[in-house]
Design a protein around this ligand. Structure first.
Ligand code: B1M
Length: 239
């Protein structure tokens, strides 16, 4: 139960509800977020829109105030927890497309980094697009990635980093793949707020993915090219 118990979320129109949910996410109110997600779904909203407008939109505001020293780690953890509550409701709906298997992806957040909301979102969207996704979690070192590649033989390796201090670790993974002569066996996609295309190119990744929707489109693009090419003959970039 919270201070906002007297506010009936159902009495709000869509625009007011989205705004209220962004406020509730900011305040880390998981129950309210879950209720809001269910209301929007009952009103016929597409799961992807519920994900992006109140949830990702709310987390963007949290990020700004975290950066500016208005919010601190404990508050941001509560906001992340509320966001995960909403994402848990949306996950099966996003995965429910009945699409045939498109390919397989191993994904993880790199060593030293515990941010996983964006990675989880990418996993959800990829599953929804018909990919098998093996999620290695957070704080993945090079051995963990390589073992997963060996075990699962995916088409795609995805890496996520949210810190400027952890993003260089992606190069460690790619360089190790090169040393072992397995780099070209996989499409390597990278993402996370501090990255950009220049960085992805500099570390030898195939593509930078700005967000989860771009990750899905990029992965699909590579898979269709892969099917149209002889084995091992992949090109290096997708725009
Ligand atoms: Co952190 N944090 N945090 N944090 N945190 C940031 C990243 C920061 C930008 C906040 C800020 O200052 N404005 C800042 C980094 C600054 C920098 O490096 N230059 C920061 C910091 C400093 C820190 C700590 C160091 C704080 C401290 O302890 N003093 C600490 C580090 C801990 C560690 O990792 N070792 C820390 C801790 C935390 C919490 C634990 C409190 C929490 C994480 C909870 C969790 O993830 N379970 C947290 C959060 C929530 C954030 C912010 C506010 C939100 C991140 C998020 O979830 N965004 C963040 C501010 C921000 O990013 N604006 C911040 C929503 C998510 C949907 O977006 O993750 O960008 P995003 O993912 C997108 C795309 O980037 C892309 O698609 C996703 C979906 O569209 N994408 C991929 C991401 N990964 C991909 C992989 C792909 C493809 C696309 O592979 C194919």
């Amino acid at each position: 139960m919270s201070d906002q118990d007297d506010l009936d979320l159902r009495s709000l129109d869509d625009e007011e509800l989205v705004k209220q949910m962004q406020d509730d996410l900011y305040d880390g109110l998981k129950d309210e977020i879950e209720e809001g997600v269910n209301i929007l779904l009952e009103r016929g909203w597409a799961p992807y829109d519920v994900l992006t407008q109140p949830l990702v939109g709310g987390m963007t505001i949290v990020g700004i105030d975290f950066r500016d020293g208005i919010l601190f780690v404990p508050e941001v953890l509560l906001a992340a927890n509320a966001m995960k509550g909403g994402m848990a409701i949306l996950r099966p709906l996003l995965a429910e497309t009945g699409a045939p298997p498109m390919g397989k992806m191993v994904i993880g957040t790199v060593k030293g980094d515990i941010h996983d909301i964006g990675k989880n979102l990418v996993s959800m969207m990829m599953e929804g697009a018909g990919f098998d996704v093996i999620d290695l979690g957070i704080n993945c070192d090079v051995d963990k990635y390589l073992e997963a590649l060996d075990e699962h033989k995916p088409d795609i390796l995805g890496m996520s980093a949210l810190l400027t201090t952890t993003m260089p670790y992606m190069k460690v993974v790619i360089d190790t793949m090169k040393e072992k002569n397995i780099r070209d066996d996989y499409v390597v996609l990278v993402g996370g707020a501090p990255l950009n295309e220049t960085f992805a190119e500099a570390i030898g990744a195939d593509s930078y993915c700005r967000d989860a929707a771009v990750a899905v489109e990029t992965a699909k693009d590579y898979m269709s090219r892969r099917h149209n090419q002889r084995p091992g003959g992949m090109s290096s970039t997708v725009n």
